[in-house]
Design a protein around this ligand. Structure first.
Ligand code: MG
Length: 298
């Protein structure tokens, strides 16, 4: 009989950070706060609220500290922020966060372009971040971008992604999220990469972060569930496309993911009607939502 051995999935909601960061027109701080509060009210288990990247690089999230100090926090929900370096970690500590997110890439070329350093240097920096975070009782979640292929470098061996994941586990990242940064994956590859990484991890939790690619993204989700993943990243409204970077597509839409998992009998703890409302609100904040939604993003 066909079945999936998972009855509960943690959805890691990324809209307030990953979904909004590329929107050029500044979204008012109180609108961001309202969005996060709606996500809290909908029952999201974990929310990536903002980023402590220097405002010069991501001006949209320059109000990170203000957003974090103004949202209504539910003690049962994990709120976190992306940090690029130790300085970002210090700002996160000052904001009272209990969890931060770090990022690197499985592609040497992409890591160099995105972070301006080698993979080895990224890992060294992430170790330093994890060491400081541990002292402050802060959990670290780490993204591995381009885990399913890189537009510059091409194919990435699943075993290599697994090696990086093992190193991230060794330095203390409690959760590792495999990013399909430009939507290059397909279900067979998704299954292989997730299996390869799962085999090497003994204690860190594994997540997947797919982007919209005309529907293939949900086949990737299904393949990942079959391979044993029980943490999925998504953004309400499917936000996250970048009109200035061809190839950078929107995230998986949380409201569709929740509906799919609901129908499959897999629990998420999220209220479907409320998350649909939050998605409508998120889309109203994105002037590009109409051109990146519903499969018109090809
Ligand atoms: Mg994304």
């Amino acid at each position: 009989m066909y079945k999936i051995d998972i009855d509960k999935v943690k959805i890691f909601e990324v809209c307030p950070r990953d979904g909004l960061q590329n929107i050029k027109e500044f979204i008012k701080t109180d609108q961001k706060i309202r969005l996060v509060n709606m996500l809290t009210d909908a029952g999201c288990e974990a929310i990536e609220v903002t980023s402590f990247v220097h405002p010069k690089w991501v001006p949209q999230l320059a109000d990170a500290a203000e957003v974090l100090s103004s949202i209504t926090m539910n003690p049962n929900i994990v709120y976190n922020a992306l940090i690029p370096n130790i300085k970002g970690l210090e700002r996160a500590i000052a904001s009272g966060l209990k969890e931060v997110v770090t990022i690197m890439s499985a592609s040497e070329a992409h890591n160099k372009k995105n972070l301006n350093m080698s993979i080895a240097d990224s890992l060294a920096q992430m170790k330093e971040i994890n060491d400081v975070a541990r002292v402050h009782g802060i959990r670290v979640r780490s993204y591995i971008a381009t885990s399913f292929g890189c537009p510059m470098q091409g194919k990435i061996a699943p075993e290599y992604v697994a090696e990086i994941a093992a190193e991230l586990e060794r330095i203390g990242s409690y959760e590792i999220s495999l990013g399909d940064t430009t939507g290059m994956s397909e279900p067979v590859l998704s299954y292989k990469v997730v299996k390869a990484v799962k085999r090497t991890l003994s204690k860190s939790r594994l997540a997947v972060h797919f982007h919209r690619s005309g529907g293939i993204e949900f086949a990737n989700i299904l393949a990942s569930l079959q391979a044993g993943v029980d943490v999925i990243d998504s953004a309400v409204g499917g936000l996250g496309g970048c009109p200035y970077a061809p190839g950078a597509k929107g995230n998986i839409a949380t409201e569709v993911l929740v509906e799919m998992l609901d129908r499959m009998g897999i629990e998420t703890g999220i209220d479907l009607a409320k998350i649909q409302k939050a998605a409508e609100y998120a889309k109203s904040l994105d002037p590009y939502a109409s051109c990146v939604e519903g499969g018109s993003d090809e």
